[in-house]
Structure formats: C-alpha cells, structure tokens
Design a protein around this ligand. Structure first.
Ligand code: MG
Length: 453
C-alpha cells in the first residue's frame, strides 16, 4: 500500500468541482471503500444530498458502489446535512454519506462521511478510506448478495418533530421570522420546522435550485443584503440564513443588521452554561460571558469535527465555530443549522430582542491581517513562530499550539498566528481588551513575521 498518497479529504470532507476534481469514478470508489471499511455485506448506509444539479448522479453512483459491495442503502433524498447525521444515529446505520459542497458555488460537489453515532468522520478514518481508494482494494459481492435500497425520506418528519421538541420553542409566543435557505438543502424543512413551532414565517430563496439563483450559498453580509432589508421592511423579529446544506445558521436582528458571528454563538452558549467548546480563532467575548455565569470555554483546531470530538471527550453542553456551525450535543453530534435557528427563536422568546442580547455581550477591538508567505516557507516560519514568538511578551497566560500558535494574555487579550490552508499567507488574528494592548500585539506580531519571512 502507498504511504504518501495525496489527501482526498480536506477540513470538511471531499470537496471540489464536479467532474474536474470530484469525478463519478471517485464517488464510486469512495462508496466502495466505505463499504469495505464498515464491514461490507449486511451493513447499512444512509445517503442524503443537497440541491446541486450533480446531487442525484452522485447519489446513484454511490448507491451502486455500496450495493455492489453488499451494503443496504437508506435514501433520504434532498435533505439538510443534520438530517443525515440524525438518521444515521436513529436508524442504527453503520455510516452516513452527505453529498454536498456546503457553501461553495454551484459547480462544486462534495462527500462528507458520518459515523453510526452521528459524529463526522475523523481524520484517521478519512485516511483509511483514502488508502483503500488508492489501493483499489475493494470487496465486491456476487449477484445474489447485492445490497438493497430503501426510501426513508419520511424520516424527515421524525427529525422535524424531534428538533422542535428539544428546542422548547413556545408556540404560544409566535414571532415573525424571515428565513433565507439560499435555494439549498434547508429549503422546505427549515421553514416547516419554524411553522410547526407556531411561528409566523416568511421565506426567501426557499425553493430548491442547484443553480442558487437567489444568492450565493455562503451566509455572509454581502450575500444576505436582501434578507436584511426584508427583515427591516416587514418589521420581523428575526432573520435566519443557512448555507447550502443548512448545517450553518446566521441570524439578522430585528433592525435588519447581521449579527456579529462570535456574539451570536455567545448568546446561545450562555443559555447552556457549563463547559462549551469553540475554535482557536473565536473571540474572547465568549470566555468573558461564560466566566460571568460560572462556565468555561475549551478551544480546538479550526473545523467542526474537532469541536465535536472535544464536546464528546469533555462532556460539553454546546459547541460551535464562529462561522455559524453549531453543535447541540443534547440532540445529535452533527452541526445543525435548523436547530440553531429554533434556538435563536427560543432565546428571543425568553430574553427579548436579539439586538439587545447581542449588545449586552462585551465588544473588543480585533484585527485580522495577512502577511504574504510563500507556501514552501510556511513550515519554517511556523517552526520559528512556535519556538520564539512567545519571547516577545511577558504577560502570557496560556500557550496553545493545536492549530497555529495562540497566545493568550493575563488581561484576556490574545493573538493567533496561523498559516492559511489554501493561500500563500500567514494570518494574524488578535483581540485586545484595550486598543493600546491590541496595538502592541499587532506591532510585535508584524515585526516578528517580517523578520523571519
Ligand atoms: Mg455547510
């Protein structure tokens, strides 16, 4: 077997342009490799897909690959990613496959794999699948042992019922909610969950369409202008926006302003209390808020899989990335944008206006800078950063080397130096408890990097 095989999986599964990077042959091989990995004949695999034009073809070919290796396939059809995670758990399947390219534009597709407990595949597991694919080491069965496919699309109803129940949204306090599904996998189900919770729902871009005619599926302020205007014009209580596969959610407050992503995460983390998990690049506003209520924050490398693993290991109550990818361990370990939306609704019902809740969270001056660094120099630069950068400071409270280098200081300020995964940059992210402290951190960071690059 080849050891130095190229990676197929990135930070969130396999992702690339359909037919250019992600071919039919690759999809077939990944499904055959998955079948072998989980034990082949008699095993069960759940498959769901987003609204992309290539989704059904990918589903057909992966179904074929699994069945020719003796696995049964449970087909959900077009569903948000969290439905795949939850169905894999509840149907006692041996694995789940979500065919999605999340927030990427229409020409892209992707494959994300799920464990029987609803947790995304870890890196080691993805590595094993890659090895089987590169070795073409499959175990096909004979004609009389082929797997069978079953339609489990009605499972969506069970999922909707269960997220509504766990969210504890009060149907007696209806809010006016505008939801923007980006013509993606949240279309139908996210509005349905809100309506069945008793909310007054207005939809935008909620007809499934793989061309994403309404907006780009990345939920950011540039793409959510229409939603912001609609919330304001209709006097709605809140706007909710999903990405292409609805594992993410971003909220717009009642004034039509997009919420600060870190503050939005903090609003919900506070509702849970206890130990919460986030990534190295998240704001210290979460730490401050959690400390106030006697809770604490753990940090992981960037990526929802790392957050999920840490939640599991540390028995955390909640976790998420500032991108709006939140995990609700009281429900399932798959990031869930629909449940996140319901939880925002519940928080507004309980605590009042979203703008006020966001304003109550402390704000710190922040910088996000990038310093040009050729890809082949990144490793040397990061070695030097890991070895000597801390010597620039005297008030360090904690050093984290799990994903780049993150130094936090006694007053709660912090800096993260991290190489970009895809571009020729090293990024500096820093937050100061005061502008003066931030200026010092920024200057020292830039000087240090300029000296060694
Ligand atoms: Mg996504």
């Amino acid at each position: 077997m080849v050891n130095n095989i190229p990676k197929l999986f990135g930070t969130s599964g396999i992702r690339g342009k359909f037919q250019e990077d992600v071919t039919i042959k690759l999809a077939l091989d990944v499904s055959r490799a998955l079948a072998k990995y989980i034990g082949g004949k008699g095993k069960k695999v759940v498959i769901g897909r987003d609204t992309r034009t290539s989704g059904k073809i990918m589903e057909h070919v992966m179904t074929a690959g699994l069945e020719e290796c003796g696995c049964d396939v449970l087909l959900l059809g077009m569903v948000p990613t969290p439905v795949v995670g939850y169905a894999t758990l509840k149907k006692h399947a041996d694995a789940g496959i979500m065919i999605t390219a999340s927030h990427n534009p229409s020409p892209y597709t992707g494959i994300k794999l799920w464990n029987s407990d609803g947790l995304a595949y870890k890196q080691e597991q993805e590595r094993t699948i890659e090895k089987i694919v590169y070795g073409q080491d499959f175990e096909l069965v004979s004609w009389d042992e082929l797997g069978t496919e079953y339609d489990i699309s009605s499972f969506k109803d069970e999922y909707i019922k269960d997220i509504i129940k766990i969210s504890e949204v009060d149907p007696e306090k209806p809010l006016k909610v505008v939801v923007d599904c980006a013509n993606g996998a949240g279309s139908y189900l996210s509005p349905e969950a809100l309506r069945k919770s008793g909310m007054d729902v207005i939809t935008l871009n909620s007809q499934p369409d793989g061309f994403f005619p309404g907006r780009n599926p990345e939920p950011n302020s540039e793409n959510l202008q229409e939603l912001m205007k609609t919330v304001k014009a209709l006097g709605a209580d809140v706007g909710l926006a999903h990405d292409g596969d609805a594992d993410r959610m971003i909220a717009i407050d009642e004034n039509g302003n997009i919420s600060d992503f870190d503050k939005l995460l903090t609003v919900i983390a506070k509702e849970f209390g206890g130990t919460v998990v986030t990534t190295v690049d998240a704001s210290a506003c979460l730490d401050t808020a959690m400390e106030k209520i006697g809770g604490n924050v753990l940090r992981t490398p960037v990526g929802d899989v790392h957050v999920a693993e840490s939640i599991n290991k540390n028995n955390a109550t909640f976790g998420g990335e500032p991108s709006g990818t939140w995990l609700h361990p009281d429900f399932c370990m798959c990031p869930d944008g629909l449940l996140s939306g319901l939880r925002i609704v519940r928080a507004i019902q309980k605590n009042g206006k979203l703008s006020k809740q966001l304003d109550d969270i402390e704000n710190y001056p922040t910088i996000r800078e990038k310093v040009v660094c050729p890809n082949d120099k990144k490793q040397t630069v990061m070695n030097e950063v890991n070895k000597n950068f801390e010597k620039e400071f005297e008030d360090i409270k904690e050093i984290l080397k799990i994903d780049g280098l993150r130094l936090s200081f006694n007053d709660g300020s912090w800096v993260l130096i991290r190489p970009s995964g895809t571009e020729p940059y090293v990024r500096i992210t820093a937050e100061g408890k005061t502008q003066e402290h931030l200026d010092i951190i920024e200057e020292k960071s830039k000087n240090f990097l300029n000296k060694i690059i």
